[in-house]
Design a protein. Structure first.
Lengths: 262, 327
């Protein structure tokens, strides 16, 4: 485990160096994050100027949800997406061969190979929003709630990771997959609102097709004392299954790659 | 301990399945629903053994199956039939103990990270291969010294010339001191000077570490300079496996006679005149006729100097491949 952390750290360090080569992207990221945040907050304030409760969510609870949205979204865009985009590129250019000749698990390598550290800003913003929402609400969540929050947050990240890995792995068969990751990114934006405000069919899609519900709504539910034991257990189980399934699919894809590609 | 061959290949075969479709929109639409599958033989029935420390050149035109063979040896492709062992391992299992001992360098594909200094890409490899710090430092110093990398290490890869980048690519692949090197066109696109530098380096690495080197190249000069033994592949099958010098003997039915005369003369009766300068004439003569032609030249004409040579390997190989095309 320690060697893996060291490996992750080395990748992180190298990515920071790569990013520092382009200082402008730091400022761009600040602007982008602030615009995202501003839009999210503006929508919330508009909605709550008409009503005090949105489908059972009060304003401060919705702020919690937005906090989770930024936190998880930042983490995904920081670690998962850059690596997956690069994986698609590597499949196309044939440089995945190099990854496969390394004496280290290839899935691990492609998953942590690129880190967009400026997205850390979104993670920090998300945390700040969560703290802000708690202060507004006026009470701190209990230890059990915090534990449930941590667990669901982790499970949500695992589910999204598995899902994105699955999409990126499809590039072994269909070479043009960047677009599908863009589709994922825009679907993720739907996570800014609790999924139960959406009509049934869309809620189903956001839960089981593009699992945004698990990444954002469920952890927010945990923090706002809405989570049932059933949902918690289901989320953890689903995370385990998703990780296993994506792992199996990855190995199947690698076998295909070794068997058929030129 | 019994000596394990570096590479052992028996009846190796690789068949690709590719989906084919005819030209045109109609065919493209039909292919959405029903795809025509076709099998293409990439490599067929290769058998050879390579001893530790050998430098082997794989020769063959584009699409001959050189890269496919190399990839099967490096564990990137599953063989369709036959057996492969590298250092006693079955490559496609990609066991860590195996991968730690090999390196693959593809001249056309880059592995260093574009935006960061070379040394940081090396650092990444150090972490992945878990090279102990002392060994890493020693190897880095050695490589930097041999390839004159010192001024390059702290530059971002994007600021390097193609040749400089290639030197760094090679160095980066050798930090873990691999025992078997697969070099696929390592000198492609480089100028003559840089080609020679890379060549000298490969020879030196082989000498110092006793590593086995498998090399493909389009440049005959690479192969001539480095490899005593070559394997000739064409249409996926092996045409020749042996000494470079024997290749010429075996495949070229001709020898070249270079003659210098005191005064110009017509040499056409003695053989096919390939070139003629003021006092030097080059003749192509069938092997069986060389002795007779030489004797006649020496008795008939005022010969200052005469030498019998093999034709250049490049020409011989070109002949082999074009002849095969016709057959």
């Amino acid at each position: 485990m320690r060697t893996y952390l060291r490996l992750l750290w080395t990748f992180f360090r190298v990515s920071i160096l790569g990013e520092l080569a382009y200082r402008a992207s730091f400022w761009l990221q600040i602007v982008e994050s602030l615009i995202d945040l501003g839009t999210a907050l503006a929508f919330v304030s508009v909605v709550f100027s008409y009503t005090r409760v949105l489908n059972g969510w009060s304003a401060d609870e919705l702020l919690t949800l937005i906090g989770v949205y930024f936190l998880i979204g930042g983490a995904i865009n920081m670690i998962i997406m850059p690596g997956m985009n690069r994986l698609i590129e590597q499949v196309r250019q044939g440089t995945l061969d190099y990854v496969l000749t390394r004496p280290e698990d290839a899935q691990l390598l492609v998953s942590i190979q690129q880190i967009d550290m400026w997205k850390l800003l979104d993670v920090l913003l998300g945390m700040a929003l969560l703290v802000g929402a708690m202060l507004w609400h006026g009470s701190l969540p209990g230890p059990l709630q915090l534990l449930a929050f941590a667990l669901t947050l982790l499970a949500g990240a695992v589910i999204i990771y598995s899902f994105v890995l699955f999409l990126a792995t499809l590039s072994f068969w269909y070479v043009r997959m960047e677009n599908i990751l863009v589709i994922f990114e825009s679907m993720y934006e739907a996570g800014r609102w609790p999924v139960d405000i959406y009509p049934g069919w869309l809620r189903a899609i956001l839960t089981f097709v593009v699992p945004v519900a698990f990444a954002v709504t469920v952890p927010a539910e945990a923090l706002t004392a809405r989570l049932t034991w059933l949902v918690l257990a289901g989320t953890l189980l689903l995370a385990a299954l998703a990780l296993l399934a994506s792992r199996l699919f990855w190995r199947f894809a690698i076998r295909y790659y070794s068997g058929a590609s030129a | 301990m019994t000596a394990v061959a570096a590479v052992n290949v028996v009846h190796l075969r690789k068949v690709y399945r590719v989906y084919e479709r005819e030209a045109g929109l109609g065919a493209a639409l039909r292919a959405l629903f029903q795809r025509q599958m076709q099998e293409i033989v990439g490599v067929d029935d290769l058998t050879f053994t390579i001893e530790p420390g050998e430098i082997i050149g794989f020769l063959g035109p584009n699409g001959a199956g050189k890269t496919t063979t190399l990839k099967m040896l490096a564990g990137l492709l599953y063989p369709s039939a036959g057996e492969v062992r590298v250092l006693g391992y079955i490559p496609w299992r990609r066991e860590r103990a195996f991968l730690r001992q090999i390196a693959l360098v593809m001249g056309q594909r880059q592995q260093l990270i574009w935006d960061i200094p070379v040394i940081d890409s090396f650092e990444l490899n150090r972490a992945i291969y878990r090279i102990p710090p002392a060994q890493y430092r020693r190897m880095l110093d050695e490589l930097a010294d041999l390839l004159e990398l010192a001024p390059l290490l702290h530059k971002p890869v994007r600021n390097l010339s193609l040749g400089e980048r290639m030197k760094c690519e090679i160095a980066g692949s050798l930090l873990h001191r691999p025992q078997v090197l697969f070099l696929d066109e390592p000198t492609i696109g480089l100028d003559i000077v840089m080609q020679r530098r890379i060549r000298d380096f490969i020879r030196e690495y082989n000498r110092r570490t006793g590593a086995t080197v498998l090399l493909t190249s389009h440049y005959m000069a690479d192969v001539e300079a480095l490899c005593r033994r070559v394997i000739l592949i064409h249409h996926g099958t092996m045409l020749f496996d042996g000494d470079l010098t024997r290749l010429v003997e075996r495949f070229s039915p001709y020898k070249t006679i270079v003659v210098r005369l005191e005064e110009p003369a017509d040499l056409r009766p003695y053989g096919e005149v390939l070139s003629q300068s003021e006092d030097q004439i080059t003749l192509r003569v069938p092997k069986s006729a060389v002795a007779r032609a030489t004797a006649r030249l020496l008795t008939d004409l005022p010969v200052l100097d005469l030498s019998v040579e093999d034709p250049p390997i490049e020409t011989v190989i070109e002949q082999i491949f074009t002849q095969e095309e016709v057959v």
